[in-house]
Design a protein around this ligand. Structure first.
Ligand SMILES: Cc1cc2nc3c(=O)[nH]c(=O)nc-3n(C[C@H](O)[C@H](O)[C@H](O)COP(=O)(O)O)c2cc1C
Length: 216
């Protein structure tokens, strides 16, 4: 299969913008949605630990409850698919064990041979000073998945709005996350832009390459 042309990639990176107004009548087809899910699932994460869960909120009643806690931003209710990004607040040994079991099963490795790798993860993440800020670590991983989703969607001409303009604690309440160990960090609305969303005509406001890329 031929690789995607640079021109196509560049065009789509420019095509993407933070869509502020979605066309509520346009829905993402199931096979396209499945690829977006794969962009989340196949995302890279530190040690491959995937300390995330993505909650697809399709129930209009739940979306209406979330709306006031997201600054009233209409993509919450008008987008085709609304994904809440949650992270595992405190990485723990059971999660690491689960990952080790998955590795053994997927790669056909004897679990005993993964003991050293498991200990590296436990010592580095759970038994070092890193544990004091482990929830920040999990949040960072979750944002990698978000980036992957945004770029994949752009390649598919599916619009997105990444959203930090929300109250995570109130989202947790609405979604029943309190006490589960999973916490909201952000959301992404996905779907198709409204024809009159004026933001789609905005030029990209970006620093020049020589200011953001240092070569040594
Ligand atoms: C993590 C993240 C959170 C954001 N939160 C919001 C938001 O809550 N509401 C909004 O209108 N835009 C939000 N944005 C969009 C940014 O303002 C936008 O990406 C930036 O201005 C660059 O514009 P562009 O994406 O259209 O190129 C967010 C972007 C990111 C990456």
């Amino acid at each position: 299969m031929a690789r995607v042309d640079n021109e196509v990639i560049h065009k789509q990176l420019n095509w993407r913008y933070a869509c502020k107004k979605f066309d509520p009548t346009k829905k993402i087809r199931e096979n396209d949605w499945n690829i977006l899910v794969e962009s989340l699932r196949l995302s890279a994460s530190s040690y491959g630990l995937q300390p995330w869960k993505f909650i697809l909120v399709q129930d209009p009643a739940i979306r209406a409850q979330l709306l006031p806690w997201a600054w009233g931003q209409t993509p919450v209710t008008d987008s085709s698919h609304f994904i809440v990004f949650t992270y595992k607040e405190k990485m723990d040994e059971p999660h690491i064990e689960k990952h080790i079991h998955q590795m053994a099963a997927t790669l056909g490795i004897d679990i005993a041979n993964l003991d050293k790798y498991k200990n590296v993860m436990v010592n580095d993440l759970l038994k070092s000073p890193r544990f004091d800020t482990i929830s920040w670590w999990a949040q960072r991983q979750t944002y990698i998945a978000m980036g992957s989703l945004l770029t994949t969607a752009a390649l598919m001409e599916i619009d997105t709005l990444p959203m930090e303009g929300l109250n995570p604690a109130e989202f947790d309440k609405v979604l029943g996350l309190e006490g589960t160990g999973w916490r909201t960090i952000a959301a992404v609305a996905c779907g198709y832009r409204a024809a009159d969303d004026k933001y789609q005509k905005n030029k990209k406001v970006r620093f020049p390459v020589d200011e953001i890329l240092e070569i040594r």
